[in-house]
Write a protein that binds this ligand. Structure first.
Ligand SMILES: C[S@@+](CC[C@H](N)C(=O)[O-])C[C@H]1O[C@@H](n2cnc3c(N)ncnc32)[C@H](O)[C@@H]1O
Length: 218
């Protein structure tokens, strides 16, 4: 269902996604900080590729974009024809090479929550030692729901943030950033958390979960 919806809104999405929103650039810089130049970043649910792909490529990294929406990828391909844009559902996609970084930005929450752990487990396997992942997930305990964007209906589902954090730790990720991008307001806004996490890293950062206290980042 989300695939047809993203196909339908692709042009409007792209027009609205020209620049970074909120602290996205800081999250991306944190993810890239430990990433050797020239190494490859895998973007799961890449959309039309801007601004994230543009930023990554401008900094000399290899980039692979994966998305199940042909409409979104057609726009991405028109702007960046040399990039490997792979049309695939991220829940069944299999990376053919290890990567230094993974982006799954505003895409994980489009999968049923039971699919999150297997996907994150595969990400942990694909990442090179000390590789980093950057993702968003839902920001409150809630049932799966639908919401509207550009007059189209989209499916959303996430584990509560506390469960996501436990899951990441179990999989060997060390969160470097775990903070709100959108706080739940008890109404339509169910909240969203941003995560940057390192696999197999020896670094230690202070981590405070979203909750009653203000969120922080490492
Ligand atoms: C909110 S957009 C975010 C796009 C991009 N990550 C960004 O930050 O601009 C969500 C994207 O995830 C893709 N997506 C959603 N569910 C997917 C799935 N199961 N497999 C692959 N892509 C998916 C959509 O087609 C869409 O391009």
């Amino acid at each position: 269902m989300n695939r047809a919806a993203y196909d339908a809104i692709a042009a409007r999405w792209d027009a609205s996604r020209r620049i970074f929103a909120g602290d996205e650039r800081r999250y991306l810089d944190t993810m890239l900080a430990a990433t050797p130049a020239g190494s490859t970043i895998l973007d799961l649910g890449c959309g039309t590729g801007r601004p994230l792909a543009d930023y990554v490529i401008e900094r000399g990294y290899g980039y692979i974009g994966v998305d199940q929406s042909a409409g979104m990828l057609a726009i991405a391909r028109a702007r960046l024809p040399d990039v490997p844009w792979i049309l695939a559902p991220i829940e069944t996609f299999v990376a053919e090479q290890p990567v230094a970084g993974i982006i799954c930005w505003d895409a994980l929450f489009h999968l049923e929550r039971e699919l999150h752990e297997p996907l994150l487990r595969r990400c942990a396997e694909w990442l090179l030692p000390h590789g980093r992942i950057m993702l968003t997930s839902g920001g409150s305990a809630q049932a799966p729901f639908h919401d509207t964007m550009f007059d189209a209906s989209f499916f959303y589902d996430s584990w509560p943030p506390e469960r996501l954090r436990s899951l990441l730790l179990e999989l060997g990720f060390e969160p470097l950033v775990f903070e709100w991008t959108h706080q739940p307001d008890g109404g339509r806004e169910r909240g969203r958390v941003a995560v940057v996490a390192s696999i197999g890293s020896k670094q230690r950062r202070v981590l405070i979960m979203p909750g009653a206290t203000p969120p922080v980042h490492g």
